[in-house]
Ligand binder design. Structure first.
Ligand code: FE2
Length: 281
């Protein structure tokens, strides 16, 4: 019954991506700062349209999955296969890039607040060249449970026992068996749950701080957890909100070149060739 402890932290750094979208990158801001199978985590949060109005014009991906989760705002996703999907406050998009996708993610608002996340999850070598696939999740597709003390959880992927009930997210059956939860805690509230013992797991507070054992994890910082069967953490003296991610590690080599994540340099060169030749997807 090992309790997971805070093993290391990755603070986010301000950067920009797409056409000048300002964001905070934690996981993946340097090649050594990944957490197999998680490759990258970005948080974008602004009330100033100059920080997001450029959006993410057409760009390719190959070899992994992208998960976009919106807390506030409205983006439109379009790809070269003709798929269009709206991302609205409380909704998510789970995209398996597989062998290739060329897509854009553009704001559908000229003012107001945008707050969301994009997480990249690696695919096993045997699945990197499978056809692209999507799941567009509207807010009502994401189950939420609330405890008597006001603590709540929304579950996008995987399953969780919460306050005596089993919650199952809409995304299930992937090779890495991911858990993706958005948890809100009132000041001082505790969150103690079982997790698959060998899954890579981390928390990312986006509001407030978390107490893990005798350590405090500040907001906008990835807290990587040691292996173990339980997590036990709590909000500090103010309310907290955090993402909880867990997934089965792949243990395979990672070679990344921008939006292509493969196992070998030759596969990266093939991806660049395919993109330039118009045969990525
Ligand atoms: Fe993208």
């Amino acid at each position: 019954m090992d309790l997971r402890t805070l093993r290391s932290t990755i603070a986010s750094r301000a950067t920009a991506d797409g056409a000048g979208v300002r964001l905070r990158r934690s996981l993946g801001r340097a090649p050594g700062l990944r957490a197999d199978p998680f490759l990258m985590l970005d948080e974008f949060s602004s009330d100033d349209p100059r920080d997001y109005i450029g959006g993410f014009p057409a760009h390719p991906h190959r070899g992994f999955e992208t998960v976009t989760y919106m807390l506030a705002g409205h983006f439109l996703h379009e790809d070269h296969l003709g798929h269009r999907g709206h991302l609205r406050s409380g909704g998510a998009q789970w995209m398996t890039a597989g062998r290739g996708i060329i897509h854009s993610e553009m704001p559908q608002q000229a003012a107001g607040r945008v707050h969301g996340f994009q997480l990249w999850i690696n695919l096993p070598a045997r699945e990197k060249m499978k056809p692209a696939a999507y799941r567009d999740l509207q807010p009502e597709d994401i189950p939420q449970a609330t405890r008597a003390d006001g603590a709540s959880v929304r579950l996008i992927a995987g399953g969780l026992d919460f306050d005596g009930q089993r919650i199952e997210g809409p995304v299930q059956g992937l090779s890495t068996a991911p858990l993706f939860a958005d948890v809100r805690l009132p000041a001082g509230a505790e969150f103690r749950h079982a997790l698959p013992a060998t899954h890579t797991a981390f928390v990312y507070p986006y509001a407030g701080s978390l107490r893990i054992g005798d350590q405090t994890l500040p907001p906008h910082t990835v807290g990587l957890l040691s292996p173990g069967e339980w997590i036990d953490l709590a909000a500090t003296g103010e309310p907290a909100a955090f993402l909880l991610l867990a997934a089965s590690p792949l243990g395979e080599p990672v070679v990344q070149y921008g939006p292509f994540v493969m196992n070998t340099q030759a596969e990266i060169e093939q991806a660049i060739h395919d993109y330039q030749a118009g045969t990525l997807a």
